[in-house]
Structures are given as C-alpha cells and as structure tokens.
Design a protein. Structure first.
Length: 360
C-alpha cells in the first residue's frame, strides 16, 4: 500500500511538473508533500557541485559544474539583454555595408604611385624625348618640380572641370572617310568626354571650334583668343586638354594591345618656350611651365604603371603651344595617320583612367 502511494505521488508530481507549470497542480504538490520539492534556499551544497552533462556546440559532451552552468546562463542573459531589435540590427548592417563600400572606395582611391630613379640622366633617357631645337636642365626635371606638385582637383558640381579642344581639328586616321567630326580627332575627343563624364563623374566642356581649316600654320594663334575667352567665361575649368593626332612616316605604326583591344599609342607633349638658337622666347612666356611638366610626367608614370606600352616618351619642344592658359594644360597626341579610328577610340579608355588617377 505504501509503495502504491509513493508511485501515485510520484506520478502526480511528474504530471504537475510537465503539464501544470507554476499552476494549481504544482502548488498542490508543494503544499501536501513539501519534502519532495526542491528549494534553492534549502538545497544541498553538495548537489550544487555535482557535474552535469550538457550538449553545447562549443562544449559538446563536456562536463560542467552548476557554477559553470550558472555563469554561462548569466553570460547568455547578458547577451540577450544587449541584443538589438530586428530593425536596429538591419540598420546596423546597412551602416556596416556602407562602411565597407567606403573602405573599398578609399582603397580604390589609394592609387599606387610608382617609385622610379629620378636622376636627370634616367629621366632624359627613359621618359623624355628632347627635340633638337630646344634644351632642358636638371633643375626642371627633378623630384621637386615633377612630383612636388599636387595635381588633384575638386569637382565643381556645376560648371565644367575639364575643357577638351582641338587646335588641329582636321586630323584624321587611316580609315577616316572624310574630315567630319566623327572621322577625325574631334570624334576621339567625344569618346574621351563621354568616359570622363559618365564613368568618372567630371563635368566636361568639349569645344569643337576649327582653327586649322586652310591655315594650319597659324592654328595656335587662331585658337588662342577663343580658348582664352572660354576659360575666362568658365572659371571652374581646372584642366585643359588639347587633343591631337601625330604625323609619322607611313611605315610607322604606333599601336599596342591592352586587355585584348588594339589601341593607338599616346604621347604627352610639352612646349618649353625656348629654342636652342634663340634661348628663352620672351614673347611666349609660360608661368605654368613647371605645372605643365608635372602634369604630363605624373600621367606618364600612371600610364607606365597601369598600362605598359600605351604611352610613348614625353616630347619636349620649343615654343609654347597655348599651354600657358592653365596650370594643368595637356597636349596629347593620339596615334598617327597610320592608326585606325578604332585604335584611337579605344585608347581613350586608359587615357581617361590615368587622368582620373592623377586628378582625384
């Protein structure tokens, strides 16, 4: 009889614990059979220290004491109390993603600047071609002049940042059908404008005035008043690019292949405002000569680093070539008459990229 009573009480206790929670069943058992209940205030200290088996992904099968279990529970509770709401967590993820994008953008902006031998002999031998009509000294081709100037610009947001024009607008290529804009270096300028505007975010003014029609010999003096006025009327302009096409022997091909695309080689050109015969030409001063030299040289470094074979050596010649109108004035020869239009157009992709690398 006593055994049956014990079994019955045990069943009642188990049932109440399983199905009644903190309800009537549990309270009834605690009132009628207090010696069967477990109270934290009266528990045996020895029982606290008994090991228990717990299954946890970090400690699967490990044996933890009650103190360790309590510590884990407290830690877990602390974590739960500090957890963000779903909305806050999504917002946090959004911020993290933006931070990641910013970091990626900053990494992209950290353009690798090549380290080279800046000795005068090395520069003249490997980076420049000095025309026999002029000369240059080591004080002009040195670290301070070529690398000591910051060529970066702030985008205006409203007015044009970059002006593209063509002193020789009639220059075409081997497969040019005529001298219309799309068939000449002017169309190549359209391609450069599109890349700088749409891919790199610059505001670009592409001036398509013709200054060499029936009078190529005076094209620079013909273009000077109009280009001067454009720059004056648009004070936001910080970069001026005069885009040309070179003239070479019919047996010469200025071509390369980059990323599987045939491209015309490009050449940066600087006028030094002096000739070997006359010395400095006082009537053609250029207060920005050092800036012009720095701009073309930094672009040359980027071209050599990121697009080997694209850029020929920088050509230095006498006279001024209207490069005195802006510190960041650039004269670029895009291939020659022996190149195709496709090769010239393709070359604008790396040219736009190296411009952005130097200007940003």
């Amino acid at each position: 009889m006593k055994k049956k009573m014990v079994v019955l009480i045990a069943l009642i206790y188990i049932t109440s614990m399983l199905f009644c929670g903190d309800g009537v069943g549990k309270r009834l058992v605690e009132e009628k059979f207090p010696h069967l209940t477990y109270s934290h205030g009266k528990c045996d200290e020895a029982k606290k220290k008994e090991p228990r088996i717990v299954e946890d992904e970090d400690t699967a099968g490990g044996i933890l004491s009650y103190e360790e279990l309590a510590a884990m529970e407290n830690e877990n509770a602390s974590v739960r109390n500090n957890m963000m709401s779903d909305a806050d967590q999504l917002a946090f993820v959004g911020v993290a993603e933006k931070a990641g994008e910013t970091a990626a953008q900053e990494a992209k902006q950290n353009v690798k600047v090549p380290q080279i031998d800046m000795s005068f002999d090395n520069l003249v031998k490997n980076y420049y071609q000095v025309d026999k009509t002029t000369y240059i000294g080591a004080d002009e081709l040195c670290d301070k002049v070529l690398l000591g100037r910051d060529m970066s610009i702030e985008k205006s947001g409203d007015g044009p940042d970059i002006l593209i024009y063509h002193t020789h607008s009639q220059e075409g290529y081997s497969d040019s059908a005529d001298t219309s804009e799309t068939q000449t270096v002017v169309g190549v300028g359209d391609r450069l404008e599109t890349l700088l505007r749409e891919k790199y975010g610059y505001n670009v003014l592409h001036h398509k005035g013709q200054y060499d029609v029936n009078d190529r010999d005076h094209a620079y003096s013909n273009s000077l008043p109009e280009i001067t006025k454009i720059i004056k009327d648009n004070p936001s302009i910080k970069v001026v690019i005069d885009l040309h096409r070179d003239g070479v022997a019919e047996t010469t091909r200025l071509a390369t292949t980059i990323d599987g695309k045939p491209m015309a080689q490009i050449m940066f050109f600087n006028g030094l405002c002096r000739t070997a015969a006359r010395g400095a030409i006082d009537s053609l001063p250029n207060q920005y000569l050092g800036d012009n030299l720095a701009f073309s040289f930094q672009l040359q470094l980027m071209a050599n680093e990121y697009y080997p074979g694209l850029a020929r050596r920088i050509y230095l010649k006498g006279y001024r070539y209207n490069m005195h109108l802006c510190p960041k004035s650039l004269l670029v020869e895009v291939g020659a008459q022996t190149n195709t239009l496709e090769e010239a157009y393709n070359a604008m992709e790396p040219l736009a990229d190296i411009l952005d690398k130097v200007l940003k």
